[in-house]
Write a protein that binds this ligand. Sequence first.
Ligand SMILES: [Fe+2]
Length: 284
Amino acid sequence: MILPTERLGVGLGYRPELAADLDRYPGEVDFLEFTGDHCFSPSLMAQAQAWSRRIPGVCHFLSLSIGTAEPLDPEYTEKVGEVLRQLGGPWFSDHLAVTRVQGVDLGHLSPVAFTEETVEIVSRKAIYLQERFGMPFLLENITSHFTLPGASLTEWDLLTKIVERSGCGILLDVNNVYVNASNAGFDPYDFLRGIPLDRVLQIHLGGAVMRDGVMIDSHGHPVPEPVFDLLEFVCDNSPVSAILLERDRNMPAFEELAGDMRRARSILDGARTAESAPAKALPA
Ligand SMILES: [Fe+2]
């Protein structure tokens, strides 16, 4: 599927508590990411529809469980379609993860096996979703603190093969790359050099914190400096359209969020895309 080229800019995940600040600071938020699962509730759907008439929106889902070796859940998939019909958007996304097995909801994002079989399972579903909804589908990389036994691929090779096989795009969570690299001991730039950056349309930018020697993807702390460096590298080498600042806990004053968004916007504005300039030298 051909990926859209329109630029969305820098945004936030919508939550009702943000409404007053969105009113008070018009122009600070270029787009809103709606968690599609929350919009299954009629009252949140009504809010999302009202906001999407004022600020462009994209839908992000939590529970397609695209990595499960079973068909997509028909009831959940139908609800995804209903949200997309109501809210539209240039693309929709979910995680490269397992969240449901044999009808049991695991309640969190579990990693997939890094194998050729997973490439087949996920690619088939990504192709189906794009055809059914007529919209580009983006897969987001997750954090995990272990690798399932039997891996024959790296995380970035797995993502690359799925993208090449299915034609889907990437929602690159640069914080998740940083966290996995810190915990597993690989170079985050190996990940970035290893994926088709020309398929990255959206970025998640978030906070992380070290606890008991383990890096945690907290969504509740400031964005670490090395994550801004990764963001800059990706923006310089891909057609990124949208950067979402993820902050779900320890919500600071809106001015602090706006400061991080302005910094991300200046990185996006200053980016040298692969089309417009030679790619930035890859860090060794
Ligand atoms: Fe994310």
